[in-house]
Design a protein around this ligand. Structure first.
Ligand SMILES: Cc1cc2nc3c(=O)[nH]c(=O)nc-3n(C[C@H](O)[C@H](O)[C@H](O)COP(=O)(O)OP(=O)(O)OC[C@H]3O[C@@H](n4cnc5c(N)ncnc54)[C@H](O)[C@@H]3O)c2cc1C
Length: 505
């Protein structure tokens, strides 16, 4: 992957934060307080941990799309008007930020989006690309012509849909999995995350939003503790806003710094390595997560992985989960993905063959596990998308919807000329009504909290219990499936107080 690390040498004081936090062991430091060398830049998988954690703002990592040279990266702030006050300024051009921008333009607001990435063509982090459209998020049509989200009038044409997958499972450490597919179910469309985000960016631009790439927001500006009045940037000026949306992804750092209590119940950090591989000779037509408890003998932390196999692409991802940000592994995370692909018996059993991952094709991201906060709003500021959920897995369409709702609430507040917390609070209520967001706690318990807290034996017992659940059906909107699962397991839940908290949201 083309990731270019740029360091402002004058700002580096040799604190070593980049060395401690890089999961790919890109940096080396001879002695404390000396400037680290960028020893293995080719290993950088673009998770941006070093950039985010450098206390002096000395590092930038450009996640360049294929074919883009560093010279083509626009100057920070390009296209923004530093003199103007935009109705809405959005931090982040991922699904949530673009949902906000598209809706804001539909409502006639002026909107500027600040995005640290160099271009719309490569997104902030790779993902499985499965699109779930919860019916309470959008009315949609999903057919041979593609997917159309009616309420926001965004269509993803058939050329963007790579394939459809017909089952979704969770798998435990021993390979035990939730129940197999439901044959009458039409399944989920799958897209390339990069193409999906680029498509949304084009729709936002067509509707008149301004998006400034290679523009890093560094903080929200307040006056005398009042509402947010602008977003400070690395372009050397503040972008003035009547109201702001933080759609900065899973860390929610800037919004938290501005007082939105997003990160009060933090659990863990994770680093995911991901690769798209060629399709299998016999694709298995499914996707799912697999989990591992920590293995003290092998000195491995708990981990969570993801795979999918369809007619056009096989996807594999894995990441260790750990208490703090500083890396705990003595080896690059990408090496562990390569090893797991080749040797893990579950990968072999599920895919029918070991997988070969080219280290140069591995993309990466950092994930932060936390309990959902009580509120996602501050004075003049709304946090949308992954910025307020449990573990970076709000999912793309729900993130789009969260941004869309944030813009609707912001527009109402502007209309009333009152962007106070009380006026924006409607966002919390509206966004949390979405079933998928209500269900985030359940997903968090099983995929993050349980592997992180339980020893292997108990994690296996927990996943044994899930064997009767038809997860694919549940995720396709089968609420009855969830009720049956709990009815079938009432006795177990009464008896097993130790495992109950992980099964009940
Ligand atoms: C391993 C993994 C697999 C997943 N698989 C799927 C899947 O198959 N299907 C699915 O629907 N969802 C999946 N998800 C979830 C999905 O990727 C996220 O829920 C979604 O990307 C959230 O969108 P967002 O806009 O909130 O955040 P992001 O997509 O993270 O976007 C945030 C944006 O803000 C920008 N930004 C951050 N800080 C700044 C700053 N200071 N200044 C300027 N810009 C900034 C970032 O560069 C980024 O572009 C997966 C997630 C993970 C971690």
């Amino acid at each position: 992957m083309d990731n270019v690390i740029v360091r402002d040498e004058a700002r580096c004081d040799g604190c070593g934060a980049c060395v401690r936090n890089c999961p790919q062991l890109v940096y080396e430091q001879a002695t404390a307080k000396t400037v680290p060398t960028i020893a293995a830049p080719a290993r950088c998988f673009g998770c941006l941990a070093c950039e985010e954690d450098c206390p002096h703002g000395a590092l930038r990592v450009h996640r360049l799309p294929r074919g883009m040279s560093r010279d083509a990266v626009p100057a920070p702030g390009t296209g923004l008007d530093g003199e103007r006050t935009y109705d809405l300024v959005v931090v982040g051009a991922g699904p949530a930020g673009l949902g906000a921008a598209i809706r804001a333009r539909m409502l006639g607001l002026s909107v500027a989006v600040l995005e640290r990435l160099p271009s719309p063509e490569r997104s902030h982090h790779p993902d499985g690309g499965l699109l779930f459209v919860p019916p309470d998020a959008y009315r949609s049509t999903d057919g041979p012509d593609g997917l159309h989200l009616q309420d926001i009038d965004v269509a993803f044409p058939k050329e963007l849909i790579r394939e459809r997958l017909h089952d979704f499972v969770f798998m435990g450490p021993r390979g035990q999995s939730t129940r197999a597919r439901d044959h009458d179910w039409k399944g989920f469309p799958l897209v390339s995350k990069d193409a999906f985000v680029e498509h949304l960016a084009r729709r936002a631009l067509e509707r008149g939003a301004t998006i400034a790439y290679n523009t890093r927001a560094t903080g929200f500006e307040h006056e005398d503790g009042g509402p947010v009045t602008g977003v400070e940037t690395d372009a050397g000026f503040t972008v003035h806003a009547r109201v702001a949306i933080s759609a900065e992804g899973v860390t929610g750092r800037l919004a938290a710094k501005a007082g939105v209590p997003l990160n009060e119940r933090a659990l863990c950090w994770a680093y995911a390595a991901e690769a798209d591989l060629p399709p299998l000779a016999r694709p298995t037509d499914e996707a799912g997560f697999f989990v591992d408890a920590a293995d003290p003998d092998k000195r491995l932390p708990a981990g969570v992985g993801y795979w999918s196999s369809g007619p056009t692409v096989t996807h594999l991802a894995w990441g260790p989960m750990q208490k703090g940000k500083a890396r705990v592994l003595a080896r690059p995370v990408s090496e562990l993905l390569v090893e797991l692909a080749a040797k893990d018996p579950r990968v072999r059993a599920r895919l029918g063959e070991p997988a070969t991952v080219d280290p140069a094709a591995i993309d990466g991201c950092r994930v932060f596990g936390r309990r959902m906060p009580k509120t996602s709003v501050g004075d003049g500021l709304i946090a949308a998308g992954d910025a307020f959920t449990t573990c970076g897995m709000m999912t793309n369409i729900v993130a789009l919807r969260a941004g869309d709702l944030a813009a609707q609430v912001a527009a109402g507040a502007l209309h009333r000329n009152d962007v106070s917390i009380a006026s924006l609070r409607a966002y919390d209520a509206r966004v949390r009504k979405i079933q998928m967001i209500k269900g985030m706690g359940w997903m968090h318990n099983l995929l993050i909290q349980a592997p992180f807290e339980l020893r292997a034996e108990k994690l296996n017992e927990l996943y044994d219990r899930l064997r009767t659940l038809r997860l694919g059906k549940m995720m396709g909107g089968g609420v009855a499936e969830v009720l049956f699962f709990y009815l079938r397991n009432t006795f177990f839940l009464m008896r097993r107080k130790d495992l109950r908290p992980y099964l009940v949201p």
